[in-house]
Design a protein around this ligand. Structure first.
Ligand SMILES: Cc1cc2nc3c(=O)[nH]c(=O)nc-3n(C[C@H](O)[C@H](O)[C@H](O)COP(=O)(O)O)c2cc1C
Length: 162
């Protein structure tokens, strides 16, 4: 069994969660693929593909969308799981449905929104201003739901045993 965890991260939270998932997976070899570095990953060899990204101003990075667009047929033949880091608790489901196309959400065996972090020390001036204005938050805060991560890991581990 081979698993790819594809991720794109601005300030490190999605990367950290992708690495955590990789540590917790059993009965599979795992490749962590940073989409900022490898923009067109070769996915044919993997049984399971986990895609993780974060939302910024309502959208995800185009490099992640390219993976869906370039692998329309291939992704339908794999075990897929999706996670979206976001800080707007009330909008998390709507945002998830907005950024991942319906066919992918329905193909996926586990969809999670594990929260996120505002890491002020990693933000530039404009990002800080946006976060202060929109969320009224002024300092670093972590709102990660680790139970969601465990849920995804459990689903993938059960699937790897089957
Ligand atoms: C400039 C900026 C804009 C953001 N916009 C949104 C947003 O539209 N909706 C949301 O739920 N979270 C938003 N967030 C929160 C991010 O999704 C969260 O910080 C996430 O943990 C970032 O993960 P990353 O460091 O892996 O990119 C925003 C964060 C920043 C810094």
């Amino acid at each position: 069994m081979k698993t790819a965890i594809l991720f794109a991260s601005s300030h490190g939270t999605t990367k950290m969660l992708a690495e955590l998932i990789a540590q917790k997976l059993k009965n599979t070899t795992v490749d962590l693929i940073n989409l900022k570095k490898i923009k067109t990953p070769q996915l044919a060899e993997y049984n399971t593909i986990i895609i993780g990204c974060s939302i910024h101003a309502g959208n995800i990075k185009s490099v992640v969308k390219k993976v869906f667009e370039n692998n329309l047929v291939l992704l339908r033949s794999k075990n897929i799981a999706l996670f979206l880091c976001c800080m707007n608790e009330h909008q998390k489901e709507a945002q998830f449905n907005n950024v991942f196309p319906e066919w992918l959400r329905k193909t996926s065996i586990c969809n999670i929104t594990p929260g996120g972090e505002f890491l002020f020390e990693e933000m530039n001036f404009i990002e800080k201003a946006i976060v202060r204005k929109v969320s009224k938050i002024d300092s670093t805060v972590s709102q990660i739901d680790y139970a969601e991560i465990d849920k995804l890991v459990e689903v993938i581990n059960k699937n790897s045993c089957a």
